[in-house]
Design a protein around this ligand. Structure first.
Ligand code: AMP
Length: 279
């Protein structure tokens, strides 16, 4: 595995691979790598000649009151995971390599940022779109891999690629969960043992909502209520939202149908967790 810190070295390596006709797979991450990231890396490994990953905690996507400084960082552990998953090239840009000065030209996400995560975290999805755009330009992958865990981020990336004619294929990978259903996340490290137990409420709530649909329920309010009731009854869990939405627009739906996304965000102690299931 080769480690590069500069955009110039990264480009030189991926240019050379493309010239040889190699398929390039790309997995962008913020590090603190876990089983969710590993599943993306494995999918990239299976489908490409060259696997490129990036580790960059992108300041643009954190709000002023968010956990940018506290976000878990462990370079040695990340490199071990990347190597074990067969990554060929890892891009580890320092902040001033990625953003030598704060970018004056940024992407602005429209209606997709007016819902759910976009409302609770103003500017977050713009920051994601802007960094993903830059990384896709630098790496030039045939395919880039994103987790369904961050369903709204995935929708934004897909929309950006469509709206702005990026030549990259976006591949979605299913959410990896702990045995008790909790979606694997770097932020789970913030949870105390008691909070970790309480956090299982998110997936139990989403499963309860999905069960209403599977039993024939087609009223979105009934699907959402089953999930919300469970979250509201869970001790130490403060829901931000529970919403059944269209997987492309993230708009509320009139009738529950397959492929729609039942999404939730909740605070467990001081940690904010998100999760979703697909009907
Ligand atoms: P992050 O490092 O949190 O920015 O995540 C990098 C990528 O890993 C994103 O595409 C996430 O959606 C994906 N990811 C994070 N957690 C999971 C998970 N539990 N299952 C699948 N993909 C995940």
């Amino acid at each position: 595995m080769r480690e590069v810190a500069s955009s110039a070295e990264l480009r030189a390596a991926t240019d050379a691979a493309r010239q040889r006709g190699a398929g390039v797979g790309f997995v962008p991450t913020m590090g603190a790598l876990h089983a969710g990231h590993r599943s993306l890396l494995a999918a990239a490994r299976a489908g490409n000649d060259l696997v490129v990953a990036s580790v960059f905690v992108n300041p643009l996507q954190f709000g002023p009151a968010e956990d940018l400084a506290a976000y878990p960082r462990d370079r040695a552990a990340d490199l071990a995971v990347l190597d074990a998953e067969g990554t060929d090239l890892v891009f580890l840009p320092p902040d001033d390599e990625m953003w030598p000065s704060p970018p004056d030209v940024r992407l602005a996400v429209g209606s997709l940022a007016e819902r759910l995560e976009g409302l609770v975290r103003p500017g977050h999805l713009d920051g994601v779109a802007t960094v993903v755009a830059k990384l896709l330009h630098l790496v030039g992958p045939s395919r880039a891999y994103f987790g369904q865990k961050d369903a709204q981020q995935l929708a934004v990336v897909r929309r950006m690629v469509a709206d702005l004619a990026f030549p990259n294929q976006i591949v979605a990978c299913p959410t990896v969960r702990e045995p008790d259903g909790l979606a694997v996340s770097s932020r789970n490290a913030y949870l105390s043992p008691e909070e970790r137990r309480r956090a299982t409420a998110l997936y139990r709530a989403l499963s309860a909502g999905r069960a209403v649909f599977e039993a024939g329920g087609r009223d979105p309010a009934a699907v959402e209520a089953a999930a919300r009731d469970l979250l509201e009854d869970a001790p130490g869990v403060e829901p931000d939202y529970v919403a059944l939405v269209d997987p492309v627009t993230f708009e509320p739906v009139k009738q529950a149908e397959p492929r729609q996304v039942l999404a939730t965000a909740a605070r467990v102690g001081r940690t904010r967790l998100i999760d979703n299931v697909i009907l």
